[in-house]
Ligand binder design. Structure first.
Ligand SMILES: Nc1ncnc2c1ncn2[C@@H]1O[C@H](COP(=O)(O)OP(=O)(O)O)[C@@H](O)[C@H]1O
Ligand SMILES: [Mg+2]
Length: 288
């Protein structure tokens, strides 16, 4: 197959994880091309399949990105599937997951054009997180002490974000500082491995931002599997990010189906082969 691995212009040579993936695909006889998602000179119809990996600037170019998904998915098989990517790019999906009974972090919403009003005055939390509903790599994410000044600052940040998009407000779960956030990687819909992310981890190629390999925790994997079951179709790749709440229960922070690092460097050595198997299976099914 002719395969494009899709990145953005801040990472034109792919991240180290995706190099492992590319090596495996090339070993199997596929031709791999690295493509910048918004390079308008690319003829996407040349590729049998195009795999989104690291468009880490899509939140800054949202309209362009959604139009790109529509356009490109008409001429090449785009993975993850276009509707799945669009759905997961706006964190309002957490509301759907919560309504389906899945354990998600308590979240209040201020929709675009609204104001947080006196919302922060009634909160009993010690600290709150305010963040945009479309964002990645901590873009726009801020933590506030909910003392008198902090409530004002939190409201100002929420109102500022709400000028351009929907806003989320959550209790600040302190376990991110010690136990850490847990990123569970799923390949072809199957659980693969877990990585610990440090809090407010900045954007960086896989393996370069302070993440570490941690043993699998069955309680966390059970939550991750339930989250994936919610999806109608199996994604080629997925990451479920969990944080422990104040009672120590795992709560969903994100379900990433667009551009997650899969941290393959921290995975069992068979992970790239599993990814390639899953890809070949999806393409084969699609042919029938
Ligand atoms: N409710 C929360 N409690 C504690 N830390 C949080 C919370 N929400 C976000 N963070 C911190 O901010 C980071 C970025 O937030 P996240 O929701 O993962 O958005 P994104 O990764 O898309 O920017 C998280 O990795 C975590 O360190
Ligand atoms: Mg995150």
């Amino acid at each position: 197959m002719d395969i494009s691995l899709i990145t953005y212009d801040g990472l034109p040579d792919l991240d180290p994880d995706d190099c492992l993936l590319r090596d495996e695909l090339v070993k199997r006889g596929h031709k791999c091309h690295t493509c910048i998602w918004d390079d308008d000179s690319i003829d996407w119809s040349k590729f049998d399949v195009s795999i989104m990996r690291s468009a880490w600037d899509y939140h800054l170019k949202q309209d362009k990105f959604y139009a790109w998904i529509d356009r490109v998915s008409r001429v090449t098989k785009l993975l993850n599937p276009p509707d799945m990517m669009k759905w997961s790019s706006h964190k309002i999906y957490l509301k759907e997951l919560g309504e389906a009974g899945l354990p998600v972090i308590e979240t209040l919403w201020v929709m675009k054009g609204e104001t947080a009003g006196g919302l922060f005055d009634s909160l009993q939390w010690e600290k709150a997180i305010v963040k945009p509903a479309v964002g990645l790599a901590t873009f726009g994410v801020k933590r506030f002490m909910l003392d008198e000044q902090g409530r004002k600052d939190a409201q100002a940040h929420a109102d500022h974000l709400a000028i351009t998009g929907d806003v989320m407000i959550q209790p600040y779960l302190t376990s991110v500082e010690d136990y850490g956030e847990r990123a569970l990687a799923f390949i072809g819909g199957e659980y693969s491995h877990t990585v610990r992310k440090s809090s407010f981890q900045k954007l960086a190629p896989g393996g370069h931002a302070g993440e570490t390999s941690v043993p699998t925790d069955e309680e966390e994997v059970a939550v991750g599997r339930e989250v994936l079951k919610f999806l109608k179709n199996r994604p080629l790749y997925a990451r479920v990010d969990l944080v422990r709440d104040f009672e120590g229960k795992p709560k969903v922070l994100e379900l990433e189906l667009v551009e997650p690092s899969l941290f393959l460097q921290f995975a069992p050595p068979s992970a790239p082969a599993k990814f390639a198997d899953a890809l070949e299976r999806i393409v084969e099914l699609h042919k029938v």
